[in-house]
Design a protein around this ligand. Sequence first.
Ligand SMILES: *Cc1c(COP(=O)(O)O)cnc(C)c1O
Length: 222
Amino acid sequence: MSARQIQIKSALDKVRTELKPGVELIAVTKNFPISDLEILYSLGERQFGENRENELSLKTEALPKDINWHFQGTLQSNKLRAIVSVASYIHSLDELRHASKISELALEMGKKQSCFIQVNLDPDEIANQESNRSGIKPAKFVAFAQSLLELSGVEIVGVMGVAPLDKDPRPGFETLRNLKEELLKMAPGAGYISSGMSGDYQIAMEYGATHIRLGSSILGQR
Ligand SMILES: *Cc1c(COP(=O)(O)O)cnc(C)c1O
């Protein structure tokens, strides 16, 4: 094995031993070369997360077809067709206009697009000032979810969040868990929680994460 293979294998083995039963590990491969994804594939990884459409498209072309691709970056209208054509899951749905377009495209392609609803987990005082953070605000969650559930090309599978950096992630994870319960009342199948990154995934799993998205803890800094 090459030095890089050994490095990735030991990091991946460590994370795998820490996974709670039933938790799906998504290897976040954004900004990493195709050679790293091939190593992950050879080690049995089949869930890959990407943030940009162009990178996603290049990588899906280059890698085997039995991979599930998770799109978790900011959505842009003109990129939705390319994303829907390859993504198993979209984690970053937070606008109705994108959802309508995704639904339309999915129906055209003969599929249903599985999506998580992204929630803004910043405390109110931050969320109100900095509108650049992604995600629907918790106060608007139920109404937003209701309108999404009317779209026949979209399958809502759960909630997604990014805990605020350099703060205790617990209140955010608690919010996410509560909103998942609200969602389940409207959509009995939508019980997934996508939360937890390299710095907080152990805590996220304590709060019921079903999908954790790990980049640097598997692939290092880049
Ligand atoms: C980059 C990214 C991750 C992975 O972050 P790490 O800290 O490297 O594990 C997870 N989720 C989202 C939305 C990201 O953009």
